[in-house]
Structure formats: C-alpha cells, structure tokens
Write a protein that binds this ligand. Sequence first.
Ligand code: ATP
Ligand code: MG
Length: 549
Amino acid sequence: MADKNFLEEIIESDLESGKVDSIVTRFPPEPNGYLHLGHAKSICLNFGLAQKYGGKTNLRYDDTNPSKEDVEYVDAIKEDISWLGFHWDKELYASDYFDQLYDWAEELIQRGLAYVDDQTQEEISAGRGTVETPGKESPYRNRSVEENLRIFREMKAGIWPDGSKVLRAKIDMGSKNMLMRDPILYRIKHAHHHRTGDKWCIYPMYDFTHGQSDSIEKITHSICTLEFDVHRPLYDWFIETLGIFPSHQYEFARLNLTYTLMSKRKLLELVQKGYVSGWDDPRMPTLCGVRRRGYTPEALRMFCDRIGVSKHEQMMDLQLLEWCVRQDLNARSNRYMAVSGDPIKVTLSNWEKGKTEWFESPLNPEDPEGAKRRVPFTGELLIDRADFMEDAPAKFFRLRPGGEVRLKYTYIIKCEEVVKDADGKVVELICTYDPTSKPGAGEWRKVKGTIHWVSCDYAKEVELRIYDKLFLKENMNDIPEDRDYKDYLNPESLKVEKGWAEPALLDDRSGIAVQFERTGYFVLDKDSADGKLVFNKTTSLKDSYKASI
Ligand code: ATP
Ligand code: MG
C-alpha cells in the first residue's frame, strides 16, 4: 500500500523523536472463544507493525474472567496465530500479574484513591448517573484507609460472598466520562481459574488490568479497537497515578464484514446450539473455520493489507476476501477434473473397447513447466449435466444433440444419440470421437466449447460439501430489536453432493485447496477416511468482483 496509515505515522514519529528506541506491541485475546477474522486483522496489524519497524509482539492472554475461559481456547489461539504466519516474542498471561495488580490496589487504598463499596450492583449502576446527569457518591466512599484495607484483605481471603462488595477507584463522580465515575477495580468471584486455580477469589476488572499489563511488559503502542477510546482516560489515569512505564493506547476501526457475525458470544451460541458443526465448521468466520474451508493465510494477510487501517467504522465486502482467496489459489493450486451431482454418462461408440489412453497436463497452468498429472481417457465418461442441453439456444456452446464439443485436454466428440429413461430424463449420450482432433496431432481443429469430464473406469467417488453464506442479511451488526440474529441464518448454507474425480487427485500432496476445473476450489476435509474423500468447497471460480481497494 502506497500511503502510510496513521499508526505507521505515529510509530515513525516516535522512533524519530527518540520517544521510543524500538516498538513493542501485543495481541491480547481473551481465551473465551476461538479467533475470528476480526482478530486476524488485529493480529496482522500488531505483528505486522512490529515486523515492519524491527520491534516485537507479545501474545498476552487477557484471562481475568475465570468463568468463561478455558485452556482449549488458549491452545487454539496459539495454533491460529502460528497458522497466520506470525511469531510472538513472549507468551504471557494477565493472570501472571495478579499479585502485582493486587499490590497496586492496596497502594491506591493506602493513598486514599480506592475504597470498598458494599452497594449492590444495581445501586452502583444507578449511582453512576447518566451522560447528562452527574453520579452520586457512594455512602461507602469515605471509609477510612484502615477499614478499606481490612475489608479488601477479607475479600481476598474469601470471607465475603460473590457480589457482596467491590473495590472502586475514587476518581470523579461528576466526570463527563462515565467510566471515570469511580470505576470498579475488583469483584468477588469464587471461581476456579484455568491458571491460578483456587488461589484467588477476587479478580481485577479489564480496565484495572489492561493498561498495567501493557506497562509491565513495556508495550510502547497498545493498539485496540475504536470502542475502547472512552477507556483511554482511565488507562492513562492508572499508569500516571501509579507512575509506571508510560504505555499508550491507540484505537483503530474494527473489521466488519458483510453477511458475517464476529462476536465470540454469538459464535459460541451457534456452536452450543448445534446450528453449525463446531467452531471449525467451514461456514464459521473463525480462523479454524476458514482454514478448514480452504482459505489460506496468504489470502488473509493479503486481505488485511488491502483493507488497511482506518479510524472510522466501515463495512468490508465479503467478496473482497473471496477475491483474495481466489488470487492466491489461482496462482498456487493444482488442477483436476471432477463432475458432481447428477452427471450424464457419455459412451463413445467408435472407441476401441477396453482401451485407455493417458494424457499429460500441467498440475497448474500458471506454471506450465511445473509438475504434470496423467489423466486417463476411455470410451465411457461422465460429464456435468449442465454441459448438455437438448433444446439449446444458439449461444449454448457446450454439448447438444448433433453438436460437437472438445473434451478438455483430449478429443472433440459429437453427440449422435440421446438415451432417456422411462421418465424422459437423459441418462446417456452416445457420441463419436474424432481421432484426428487429438491435441498435438496435426492441425488443431477449433470448436466453440470445451467441457471437463472423467473416465468412468478410473473415476474416484468423493463427497463434496458446497457452502454458501451462513447469514442472509448483509449487515449483521444491524439486527432490528424485535428480531434475533439467528432469524437470518441461511437454511441453504450447506449442500452435500456426490462427485467423481480423476484419479491423480488422490496423489495430491499440495496441502492447499485444489481447483476442480470449471467448477471451483475445493479442499480436502478432515472427515475424510480411507476410501472416502470429503472435499469442502472453498470458493467458486467466478470472479465478477472487481477489487477497488
Ligand atoms: P468479540 O467481541 O468477538 O468477543 P473481543 O474484542 O471481545 O471480540 P478479544 O479476545 O478481547 O475479543 O480481542 C482481542 C483483540 O482483538 C482485541 O485487541 C480486540 O480489539 C481485537 N478485535 C476483536 N474483534 C475485532 C475486529 N472485529 N476487528 C479488529 N480487531 C478486533
Ligand atoms: Mg474482549
């Protein structure tokens, strides 16, 4: 991209002025779900900036909410970041800082800047006031330092039940910024934590954790999404009040994609209620989902690069992502022929019975000198039903009664006779082939259409899972109040078809999606077993979309 984004400008100016010697960023996922495409944007940004400016990026789990978090997610997050092609400097956990955070909380109490509040959650919310009206001070706001310390230590010791007390910072109940109206620092939660076990029954809030964690790690540029800009004054208040390393927070616009939901809470619901087969269902916008769908890390990085970084919320077109996937796969994927659904049998009446002829063709026409595959040709073939039409319009250049078509890589055939079953459905085409039309043999005779095919004797049966959008609504962030996001689930997002593929497909070791010629990109699925190959449709070949950014 030609222009620098605003973060690059800030970083370059900070490096130039000597404000920082080198940059340190972090990616701070909460391990309460699998990463999605929005996280990919944040990862590409945080790791990408550090790479560009010779800095480092930490992976820091924001694990302060024990009830929703799990090691399953911790492991999956690492796998996804590595798959995207990035390497973190240190693997860290906000929970590693619980002791330090606790000490800072006591320090604030000692300095008269924090107090224990016994009000209920409702009373605290009501006392906060509204954007228009100032808040009311809690009746517990002026407890003595000694009393606050004693009760806070009791909270830590487990004497008080969940929800009975919180620790709040004493800032300003009249502040225009609601988050500055004595924010909660600690709540009581008698819950087992996936790392600290039962050591703690009080847990720090996000706002009391994030900035200080950045500071402990000497993060120079703490990059987060726009909705956190109201948190910045609080982020700065803790760092300044505690006099610790001055990390700074910068906000960018989150990624929104058409027809796509990116909220871990809702994605979890889809998984738990069985609307999808799991977090890695190929229709999910999770990184494990798109990976299983056949999207490549190269394509995702290309996409993140193209959408750039902005300070204003935008809706990105899902088609741009698909375009990036096609760009990448077109350059790298191996080609094979396969027919699917309800193919038509083609019998060549003038082919010598039992004879097989082998044709060689490049695995990828983008690399004509590269590896080749061998394709067997026999007298009984399958073609896609869509490639034949009985009463075809003039512009139909595939096969019709009495018409000719070239079979890809091989001969021209002519349709001599149409065989139908009792219901009038076409079941077989009796054709003749033109032996002089063999590629490389004499003059190349041109016919208008070329179609793909497979040999009946050699075809391998496969299962094809054809996917469509999971949701039918373009803007899934804008659900009317009387509707549920699940109302927009696409009932036809998955279709399963049988397919028959040329045998060389079984030897494919590329590890990425292949192209079924004239059909689309397909990737081998983990549900495959010996003798049963399952392919997920990654994306179609159709490329009407013009990338404009
Ligand atoms: P969700 O709302 O889906 O649960 P989250 O923001 O709660 O997402 P975190 O695990 O806290 O998820 O996010 C880790 C990082 O990824 C944060 O810095 C967050 O700002 C960023 N992030 C999350 N969603 C997006 C998105 N759609 N676009 C860009 N960055 C995102
Ligand atoms: Mg979050």
